[in-house]
Design a protein around this ligand. Structure first.
Ligand SMILES: [Zn+2]
Length: 276
């Protein structure tokens, strides 16, 4: 397994293009570049980041902007969403990001089925644009989302990825926990997720997010520090399930402590392997 922070580590004050030196120095091996408020990185910097990550053997992924809704009823929102994903794909190619994580959208006035149909139609347009721009080396990784108003249940993410070639899931376990009202409790609950991904998409490799999470009946509310109070989902059974299955899994830590908690996750995994 690989572990790393969502964005620059808390104590890091240097340049983003050299952040992988620091992450490697801490003993971590993954990094999710955050373009959540817009893709602003220049080509030259992205290329430097790639070089630096390769030198340090850090697996880089990218989180695309939040302002994306592929099922919107507004043409301008659809166009801007496509544009942001095109920018993300280009930047991801430069920086060598193996996944472009994004939240597909919201149901708004649509039924889940209608929202899904609109989302797929928009993805078709996105693929056409990328082809015409000759951007081909990309893997979009739509993420399971944390709010019930958002498109992005596990089944929906699987459906999107089944129908589109360069798409594979990001499983945010905390989001699944939040949107299900706290259903991730033990090893079997995680096992069900992995079995589904294996059966329906033939996967044995996964990009994922993890944090402790607070939720309401609408879903996700706030991320919390690992092992804090009584916020789930539980980490140990997830790590045990991964160890047993022998999957190739990367976990990006999205708690407020980022690299600190990524290290705690890594230590917990080593503990699991020792007992194995
Ligand atoms: Zn996430």
């Amino acid at each position: 397994m690989r572990f790393g922070p969502a964005g620059n580590p808390l104590g890091y004050r240097g340049k983003t293009v050299e952040v992988c030196d620091y992450i490697r120095g801490r003993g971590l091996d993954a990094y999710e570049y955050q373009a959540t408020y817009g893709v602003r990185i220049k080509k030259q910097s992205a290329l430097e980041l790639k070089k630096n990550s390769e030198k340090n053997n850090i697996l880089v992924s990218m989180h695309a902007p939040y302002y994306i809704n592929l099922s919107s009823d507004k043409d301008d929102v659809i166009e801007r969403s496509i544009m942001r994903l095109v920018q993300s794909a280009k930047a991801a190619e430069w920086m060598g990001a193996y996944r472009i994580v994004f939240h597909p959208g919201f149901y708004t006035k649509y039924t889940p089925g209608e929202a899904m149909a609109r989302c797929k139609k928009t993805i078709g347009k996105l693929e056409e644009q990328l082809e015409s721009l000759q951007v081909s080396d990309y893997t979009f990784a739509p993420e399971t989302t944390g709010k019930k108003s958002q498109l992005g249940s596990l089944d929906e993410i699987i459906e999107i990825c089944r129908d589109h070639e360069n798409f594979t899931p990001t499983v945010d376990f905390a989001h699944l926990h939040a949107r299900s009202g706290g259903k991730l409790r033990g090893k079997d609950d995680y096992g069900g997720i992995f079995s589904k991904l294996e059966d329906e998409l033939g996967l044995n490799k996964l990009h994922s997010h993890f944090t402790s999470i607070e939720f309401t009946d609408k879903g996700e509310r706030r991320h919390h520090v690992l092992f804090e109070d009584n916020y789930g989902p539980p980490l140990a059974p997830l790590l045990e399930e991964v160890a047993e299955r022998g999957w190739d899994v990367t976990i990006i830590c999205e708690t407020p402590l980022l690299d600190e908690d990524a290290l705690r996750m890594q230590r917990a995994y080593q503990e699991v392997l020792r007992k194995f």
